[in-house]
Design a protein around this ligand. Structure first.
Ligand code: ZN
Length: 374
């Protein structure tokens, strides 16, 4: 893997290439864009290039394209995940901080992690390469005091430093943080390219189509769901049943259905944990719950589309009957209310509200609204 193998982020990469060729790389970047569009991948490949002992230049019609060599000592250490001058800063590092032992995995990116893994390390000169690279994942989870703490190093970084903040929500970063970094925007990826990619992973066409549309341009998320599906998580079967059951959702069935969803999200989470060992179990449970709620959102969204702009395609294109039923029961206004509700529940998940309570509340609101056909 190298910079030229990164999928569909030509614009962001060419901006970085131009800066590299002109020897005008910024010391601090914000890579901004939705989850799963390649921000981490580009940051990693850029780091590999900046650290490489003998970078290679290839002449292309768009100018020189620089890439790491893949053979030097630095590249080898980088690939082995043990390069001393590459620092990935992410919230799960909290357990390795001075006071973090035994503390539960955090939801935000704790200040201790930023202090001990970035601010204190930045002034120490690189040990192997000419540079030192810090990649901060989920920078939108930095609270104001962590960001303030970072300001000094962002403002006057040692000349050998390159700090890259990966961020899905620019509005969560303070203006002072943003003004000290150069922002590179990452765009979403076309559905067709995602579908082709999922099919290459051996997912069948219908499932590939559904996961690509559900992912809304995020290749990373689509691939993650595809990997889950291929590992036997039965995500697709779960969503088919879920879309069917919300169309018929009545008060009497709420408790049972909520319990079922809790069970499904736990089951999905256990397959997910096997695939992704670096993420905490509680984060994975939250992700599974969020995925189920996104499926519900897509159902209401399709119902709304069918009522307002029926010529537009549906995410749940293969469940036309159920979507029709939903569209009959929920007019656009009440579908929009249910979607707003789902987003509120996503917020509850983030702050750690009990899953059963969330699903129950969500389903109660659904059961209690719309025009029920007798
Ligand atoms: Zn190299």
């Amino acid at each position: 893997m190298s910079l030229k193998d990164v999928f569909c982020q030509d614009k962001a990469i060419s901006l970085l290439q131009r800066a590299y060729a002109a020897q005008r790389m910024s010391h601090a970047y914000i890579f901004a864009g939705p989850e799963g569009v390649g921000k981490f991948k580009v940051a990693g490949e850029l780091a590999r290039l900046l650290l490489c002992e003998s970078p290679e230049l290839e002449k292309t019609c768009g100018g020189d394209f620089a890439d790491s060599c893949g053979r030097c000592n630095s590249c080898r250490l980088f690939d082995a995940g043990s390069h001393p001058d590459f620092n990935h800063v992410y919230k799960e590092l909290r357990k390795f901080t001075r006071d973090g032992k035994g503390k539960p995995p955090p939801v935000d990116l704790p200040i201790d992690v930023v202090r001990e893994f970035l601010i204190e390390k930045a002034p120490m000169r690189p040990t192997l390469s000419k540079r030192k690279v810090f990649v901060v994942s989920e920078a939108e989870r930095l609270n104001a005091s962590s960001q303030n703490c970072l300001l000094k190093v962002l403002e006057e970084p040692p000349e050998y430093c390159c700090i890259i903040l990966l961020c899905t929500r620019l509005d969560r970063l303070l203006a002072t943080t943003r003004s000290r970094c150069q922002t590179i925007r990452f765009s979403t990826i076309d559905d067709d390219r995602i579908i082709a990619h999922l099919k290459e992973m051996d997912l069948d066409g219908t499932k590939a189509g559904y996961f690509a549309l559900l992912a809304q341009g995020s290749l990373g998320r689509a691939c993650e769901w595809a990997r889950l599906e291929l590992a036997g998580a039965e995500l697709y079967r779960t969503k088919k049943e879920l879309i069917g059951s919300i169309a018929d959702c009545r008060l009497g069935g709420v408790t049972e259905l909520a319990e079922k969803l809790v069970g499904e999200s736990a089951r999905i989470a256990s397959v997910w944990t096997d695939l992704d060992e670096s993420t905490s179990r509680s984060d994975i449970v939250r992700r599974s719950q969020r995925t189920l709620i996104e499926m519900v959102i897509s159902g209401f969204h399709d119902a709304m589309t069918l009522n307002i702009t029926p010529e537009k395609g549906a995410v749940n294109f293969e469940q036309a009957g159920e979507i029709k039923k939903l569209a009959r029961r929920f007019d656009p206004e009440s579908a929009a209310e249910r979607i707003a509700d789902c987003y509120r529940m996503q917020g509850w998940i983030e702050v750690g509200v009990n899953g059963k309570l969330i699903f129950e509340q969500l389903l109660l609101n659904i059961a209690d609204s719309g025009k029920l056909q007798v």
